[in-house]
Design a binder for this molecule. Structure first.
Ligand code: B12
Length: 249
């Protein structure tokens, strides 16, 4: 029996009951939100409703109340965006609404960023990060960058819609030995492989380690395209960066 009453925030519970229908996704959302603090549930709801002023305030208040940045990010912001993704996929909401949700998420992330990026640890290495050509999704990439900076990495952020040449130029200019690519569309995942080929053509493939990530990317895709590493989330991104650069955790 699915017990939605485990989610204490009534409006959030309504969202899950109404819009999440696949059994595995119901189970996952119940698991995440039933253990999430009421403040995190409210933050997730602010993302789902695209309320950026509210999300900004609730995130700030949660941090001031002593919640750690990772909890706010995982149980609040990312969990909320997960529901947005489901509603978008099922055509309950469309691009304008998703943009409002992304804006809300970013308003919360603005408070998380200084905390995750303030490492105090000596520079661990340089990473060039970008979302590949044709792809405008940057929320996940930006989270990875925050976590990398927090772990002491210096990150060159190429933004979105990054052509293979731009990755190559950035590596040559910065001397970075690690490249991270993000893609959220099945149609742009192949551009990761094309970027790797461009590194081969430029004679630079042996000079860099390349890691890939993004919702549609899997370890298998990563292996097939000849990447050196894959990470399923921002924590895994940092772990992979350390592994590839031979930095002991
Ligand atoms: C927000 C969003 C948008 C926003 C993006 C805003 C922004 N600034 O990013 C807007 C509205 C612009 C948008 C546009 C589009 N979108 Co969109 N979007 C999403 C949505 C809802 C959430 C993505 C997100 O931010 N997730 C939250 C973050 C935290 O997760 P993440 O990105 O996966 O990142 C994590 C990991 O993957 C990993 N990671 C990410 N990058 C990297 C890199 C490395 C190196 C490593 C190790 C790890 C790693 O760590 C991150 C943190 O944990 C997804 C749905 C979904 N479930 O993903 C659809 C989705 C990706 N979009 C989709 C589509 C179809 C589109 C459009 C084509 C819609 C349209 N008709 O125009 C356009 C394409 C625009 C373009 N050219 O890119 C589809 C893609 C379907 C497919 N199979 O390809 C999805 C899956 C929705 C759906 N189910 O239909 N979108």
């Amino acid at each position: 029996m699915t017990d939605f009453s485990l989610i204490s925030n009534e409006a959030l519970r309504g969202e899950i009951e109404e819009f999440v229908t696949r059994p595995a996704e119901i189970e996952r959302n119940l698991r995440v939100f039933s253990r999430a603090h009421p403040r995190m549930q409210a933050i997730a709801l602010a993302v789902i409703e695209g309320e950026h002023h509210l999300c900004d305030r609730l995130t700030r208040e949660a941090l001031e109340a002593g919640h750690v940045a990772i909890e706010v990010m995982d149980d609040g912001l990312i969990a909320g965006m997960g529901v947005v993704g489901i509603k978008f996929r099922e055509n309950f909401i469309f691009v304008p609404e998703v943009l409002a949700c992304a804006r809300a998420m970013k308003s919360g992330m603005a408070h998380i960023e200084p905390i995750l990026s303030a490492s105090g640890v000596p520079p661990a290495g340089k990473v060039v990060m970008g979302t590949v050509k044709g792809d405008l999704h940057d929320i996940g990439k930006n989270l990875c960058i925050m976590m990398l900076r927090g772990a002491g990495f210096e990150v060159v952020d190429l933004g979105v819609d990054t052509a293979p040449d731009a990755f190559i130029d950035a590596v040559e200019e910065s001397g970075a030995r690690l490249v991270g690519m993000s893609a959220l569309l099945t149609t742009t995942v192949p551009n990761m492989g094309r970027t790797i080929e461009a590194f081969i053509d430029a004679g630079l493939r042996d000079d860099v380690q390349i890691m890939v990530g993004g919702a549609p990317v899997t370890q298998e895709f990563a292996d097939d395209m000849g990447a050196d590493g894959y990470g399923k989330d921002a924590l895994a991104c940092v772990a992979e960066a350390k592994r590839l650069l031979g930095i002991n955790a």
